[in-house]
Design a protein around this ligand. Structure first.
Ligand code: 5GP
Ligand code: ZN
Length: 114
């Protein structure tokens, strides 16, 4: 997936403000933040959308989810609250086709989303 933007960020071919890394995941600040905290948690391995997840990916998705919660806790958001979002395909406004979990927090977030 040589042309994928988030694969390029994983390979350090595109710069990003990285806040967490391990063998499986990278997390970095969104370039166009929608809240005081807006972090994207991505798997290092390319997966285009949630529609492409396989049963073997369940542990990876668990790691993504728990990492988002840990990053929220580090930022003091565990009690006040935060939102985690996967956008999938056109109607949800997915623009980067490498799955990413948005972590949003630091302000009151409206519901339902637009
Ligand atoms: P989506 O709309 O696909 O759910 O979210 C894609 C997100 O990636 C958007 O929030 C957008 O601001 C962010 N984004 C797009 N290009 C870049 C980039 O080059 N660097 C970073 N850090 N975020 C990006
Ligand atoms: Zn990718």
């Amino acid at each position: 997936m040589s042309q994928c933007l988030f694969c390029k960020i994983v390979r350090r071919e595109v710069p990003a403000s990285i806040v967490y890394e391990d063998d499986d995941l990278l997390a970095f600040n969104d370039i166009n933040p929608q809240s005081p905290t807006h972090v994207l948690v991505v798997p290092k391995r390319h997966i285009a959308t949630l529609n492409d997840l396989q049963p073997a990916d369940d542990p990876l998705v668990g790691l993504m989810t728990r990492r988002a919660a840990a990053l929220a806790r580090e930022r003091g958001l565990a009690e006040s609250g935060f939102r985690t979002v996967f956008n999938t395909n056109r109607d949800a406004g997915q623009t980067v086709f490498h799955i990413h979990l948005h972590l949003l927090g630091g302000r009151a977030l409206g519901w339902p989303p637009g």
